[in-house]
Design a protein around this ligand. Structure first.
Ligand SMILES: NC(=O)c1ccc[n+]([C@@H]2O[C@H](COP(=O)([O-])OP(=O)(O)OC[C@H]3O[C@@H](n4cnc5c(N)ncnc54)[C@H](OP(=O)(O)O)[C@@H]3O)[C@@H](O)[C@H]2O)c1
Length: 252
């Protein structure tokens, strides 16, 4: 029997957890612990960091993990890098369940930047009304451009108020719809959307809304990741599980 460690924190990871449970395949879903109340899952859950590459490699050995699936967010580059290194160290096969990046469509007005720092720099200039759709981790960096009014949307109410001098906070974990996001942008007079190129359908509503309203988007490109096997469909992970040599079979 496989014993899967599934690195999660995404809708794709939750979909795969359901699929693994439905097939009776033993798996543990791992969360970083960034969300106060993660959704209930049909497989056992563990929460918290592993302690770097060495900690994850030790966990893989101690828990006799046979297959590692990295279904973290495309911007969780540290975790994904650690997964590649720890899987190699522990001799555990790894696959990443990921999603294609978004590409601009007719009517989109994108400016692309390589990272958060470049996005902050690109906001130099007169005050604007910005939908900052980034999650709470990176918001503080935008205090360097305090002239703008920022609309923020978080999954949980933050413990500390955001450090941005002019902001409006929306607490909502979705799912989001183009009509709902269009209404949000109109209600707040948004004239720029700042977001990460997460890909996938769940977070794309804001792009559809921006396109419909002719609002420009400052799009932060994905971080680079080490080479690894990637699939985009949870079912493909099941096919991989059926065929990949497991750590146990190789005597690790
Ligand atoms: N970054 C985003 O935009 C974004 C968006 C939506 C959801 N998420 C989810 O939020 C979580 C954290 O993302 P991040 O960008 O902060 O990650 P990150 O910067 O790549 O990871 C930082 C550290 O957090 C721990 N960690 C991350 N994901 C983990 C997981 N699934 N299980 C256990 N430990 C984990 C690891 O600690 P140790 O080194 O101690 O092992 C890792 O080194 C991930 O589950 C990710 O899928 C991220």
């Amino acid at each position: 029997m496989p014993n899967v460690l599934l690195l999660g924190g995404t809708t794709e990871a939750s979909a795969l957890a359901r699929l693994l449970a439905a097939h009776g395949l033993p798996a543990t879903l791992s969360y970083a612990g960034r969300t106060d109340s993660p959704r209930p899952q049909p497989v056992p859950v563990r929460i918290g960091g592993f302690g770097g590459v060495a900690g994850l490699a030790a966990y893989l050995r101690e828990q006799r993990v046979t297959h590692l699936v990295d279904a973290t967010h495309p911007f969780a580059a540290t975790m994904s890098g650690h997964a590649v290194a720890a899987a190699a160290q522990a001799g555990v096969p790894l696959v990443a369940l990921t999603r294609a990046a978004w590409t601009p469509e007719a009517g989109d007005r994108w400016q692309r930047v390589p990272d958060i720092a470049a996005a902050v720099a690109a906001l130099a200039g007169p005050p604007r009304r910005i939908l900052l759709a980034l999650g709470r981790m990176h918001v503080a960096a935008f205090a360097a451009q305090p002239q703008h009014h920022y609309v923020l949307r978080f999954v949980d109410p933050p413990a500390e108020p955001p450090v941005l001098p002019r902001h409006h906070l929306v607490v909502d974990r979705g799912p989001f719809t183009p009509a709902g996001d269009q209404a949000l942008m109109t209600a707040h007079g948004i004239d720029l959307v700042v977001c990460k190129n997460a890909g996938g359908s769940g977070a794309a509503a804001k792009l559809v809304a921006a396109r419909a309203l002719g609002i420009p988007v400052l799009m932060i490109d994905r971080p680079a990741l080490p080479p690894r096997r990637e699939v985009t469909d949870p079912q493909a992970v099941l096919d991989w599980l059926a065929h990949a040599p497991s750590a146990t079979k190789r005597g690790v």
